[in-house]
Design a protein around this ligand. Structure first.
Ligand SMILES: *Cc1c(COP(=O)(O)O)cnc(C)c1O
Length: 276
């Protein structure tokens, strides 16, 4: 079933207007939640980010956050998903094509769940990455439907035989196409500060909290691509990828070319957090 506004619609009966501004302009915001043991993981953090993203693009939410939460939860229950993801988006509504905001359009909410297993293979073995210039706009902190820069980066990574693209602005690493990125050097964890250049990942925040609890040193500072190539360890964080090691960048091994000790330590702390 698809949640569309107030209704649950069967997938094959689901239609979207050609005049939805999501379709014309990517004019909307979205969230991807993880479902563990039938529950939305870090639900409040995702809801806060949704509210913030909508506010930053001056999009009025069609329902209160409590109502949205209730709808999403009843969707998860109805779909009986134990382990999976929930995708939701809200667009600025349906109106004849014009850049200026429509006066009377009702925002459109759409959401659905998928059963998705945890990517245990890549979590254990790691993935490879390639560096790609970050050509996106200057509001990467908004989880907007406009993902062309991300799509092009990911496509380039896959065509170059890698699992992710490490984005950099003139050599300063920001994040990845659909995840945040961290590196370890001499026992210190580095990640780009949560400013307008990166999406403020819920998983990123969970990992930083766990790292503090583990007594690890963290610096929220931008690092260069050169630093990443010289790093002892690197990993990405994201709702579906959790903590996935990066074992090669642009064909060069990161550290030993195997997932490093701090990465593994954070992964086991994360495992505990998702089952508690
Ligand atoms: C969603 C997203 C992330 C990761 O955020 P999570 O909340 O951890 O899933 C990182 N970067 C980009 C570009 C994203 O769209």
């Amino acid at each position: 079933m698809i949640l569309y506004q107030n209704q649950f619609v069967p997938k094959d009966k689901m239609h979207i207007s050609f005049e939805d501004r999501g379709y014309y302009f990517g004019d909307g915001v979205y969230e991807v939640f993880r479902i563990y043991r039938g529950k939305l993981f870090e639900k409040q953090a995702h809801m806060r980010r949704l509210v913030r993203s909508a506010g930053e693009i001056r999009l009025r939410l069609p329902y209160s956050t409590e109502e949205i939460e209730e709808k999403l939860e009843s969707l998860v229950i109805q779909e009986q998903i134990e382990e999976g993801t929930l995708y939701m988006q809200i667009t600025r509504g349906i109106a004849p094509r014009a850049h200026v905001f429509p006066k009377n359009a009702e925002p459109v909410l759409m959401a659905y769940c998928n059963e998705v297993k945890r990517p245990l293979g890549s979590i254990k073995e790691g993935i490879t990455a390639v560096s790609v210039e970050d050509i996106r706009w200057h509001r990467c902190d908004i989880k907007s439907l406009n993902l062309l820069g991300n799509v092009l980066a990911k496509q380039e990574a896959v065509e170059r035989g890698a699992g992710e693209a490490i984005l950099h602005r003139s050599g300063r690493v920001t994040e990845c196409s659909a995840s945040n990125v961290m590196m370890v050097k001499d026992g210190v964890i580095y990640t780009h500060p949560a400013d307008n250049c990166i999406l403020h990942g819920v998983t990123r925040a969970v990992v930083l909290k766990l790292a503090r609890q583990e007594g690890l040193e963290i610096r929220e500072e931008a690092r260069s691509l050169e630093d990443f190539l010289q790093a002892d360890e690197a990993f990405i964080t994201g709702t579906t990828v959790e903590i996935t090691p990066i074992i090669r960048i642009d064909g060069q091994a990161v550290g030993t070319g195997r997932p490093g000790p701090l990465t593994v330590q954070l992964q086991s702390a994360f495992e505990k957090a998702i089952i508690s």
